[in-house]
Design a protein around this ligand. Structure first.
Ligand SMILES: Nc1ncnc2c1ncn2[C@@H]1O[C@H](COP(=O)(O)OP(=O)(O)OP(=O)(O)O)[C@@H](O)[C@H]1O
Length: 340
């Protein structure tokens, strides 16, 4: 279990002090894949770097399996760090060493026996699907292959925690997908805990069990990914979710009038499979236009969004909305500046 308690961190520069982390509280269970999302400058990198003490905190405590790492001496810190792997956006491989030696490097530093190094590197390369690139150099690899080498290297010392700092941000969507699938596979086979920071909700959606949303150095929202997708509470979370979809309702040039209202419907799990829209059209005196829709397939369930226009008198529209709510569909009126 990883526990951050009232963590505070300030960068002191010549002309000003920047508060990067304000009163951060976070509990991450063993075996979870925990996403930390936010826009640029929110404090994500600083936060993840405090967990292996690449950054020190000014106030607060960070516990890894009940040990407060903010108080460790150098020797104890090195021992703890060995059990934490880290991967980065730009892979950070050694260009003068081939794949085998990049992965072997942390084991050589840890003075592991030569035969053991050879066995472990070969096993790791097989695990990340790169056995055939053992003698290739980083310059001969694609971005996705480089990240696979970096992942193998991060796992060389058999860590139980993997920190991922925007590991897929430099990759195309297909390669991103395959790296995220690999991380989930590794989490299962090695029983890893993974903390991943990202600015893309797509990464959270595809990989994470839990998520914390950061803004201006604070965690403004956190919870199970399905709950956060179904019921985002803050504007920043809504914006991050909406940025995955391409449905800009403003562009549709439709306004709310007395007998016509725009709604955003959100469905979760089983309710997304029921023929709810056709039931409303049949049972109430309303007409429905479907304007846009999408379904996000999360790790635990699916969350769907539908933008619809309901035409009818106010009473019939209200009845339709009551029916939706009773069927666990969240319905929100979309207001438009030009509404009458
Ligand atoms: N070494 C540093 N010295 C001074 N200020 C820093 C330093 N590192 C980060 N900051 C500042 O701290 C704040 C948080 O930065 P951080 O890199 O943690 O955010 P982030 O969410 O990871 O953003 P990005 O995705 O752009 O890296 C920002 O205002 C940043 O300018």
């Amino acid at each position: 279990m990883i526990k951050l308690k009232n963590v505070y961190k300030e960068y002191k520069t010549k002309d000003k002090n920047i508060v990067a982390l304000k009163d951060i509280n976070l509990n991450i269970k063993n075996g979870e894949i925990y996403g930390i999302i936010g826009l640029s400058g929110a404090g994500k990198s600083t936060l993840i770097r405090t967990i292996n003490r690449l950054e020190n905190v000014d106030k607060g405590n960070i516990y890894i399996n009940d040990i407060d790492i903010t108080n460790l001496n150098k020797k104890e810190l090195l021992k703890t760090r060995k059990k934490i792997g880290m991967i980065f956006q730009h892979f950070d491989l050694l260009s003068s060493k081939n794949v085998f030696h990049n992965v072997a490097f942390p084991l050589q530093i840890a003075k592991v026996d030569k035969n053991e190094i050879s066995k472990r590197v070969n096993d790791l390369l097989e695990l990340v699907g790169l056995s055939d690139k053992k003698y290739a150099y980083p310059s001969q690899l694609s971005g996705g292959q480089k990240q696979r080498v970096a992942i193998a290297r991060a796992l060389a010392n058999k860590p139980n925690l993997l920190l991922s700092d925007e590991a897929t941000s430099a990759l195309d969507p297909e390669t991103t997908k395959s790296i995220l699938e690999l991380l989930r596979k590794l989490q299962k086979t090695l029983n890893l805990t993974i903390i991943m920071i990202t600015h893309e909700m797509e990464v959270v959606k595809r990989t994470c069990d839990k998520v914390a949303v950061m803004e201006n150095g604070e965690i403004v929202e956190k919870g199970n990914v399905d709950e956060v997708f179904f019921n985002p509470k803050t504007d920043i979370t809504k914006r991050l979710i909406e940025s995955m979809h391409n449905d800009d309702i403003e562009e549709l040039d439709i306004t709310n009038t007395e007998n016509s209202k725009l709604f955003k419907l959100t469905f979760i799990g089983e309710s997304s499979k029921k023929p709810i829209i056709s039931t409303i059209a049949k049972d109430f005196n309303v007409e429905i236009n479907i304007l846009s829709g999408n379904i996000d397939k999360l790790i635990s369930t699916s969350v769907g969004n539908l933008t619809i226009q309901i035409n009818g008198n106010q009473e019939e529209i209200n009845k339709s909305i009551n029916f939706l709510t009773k069927n666990n569909v969240k319905a929100e009126v979309i207001t438009n500046e030009r509404d009458i």
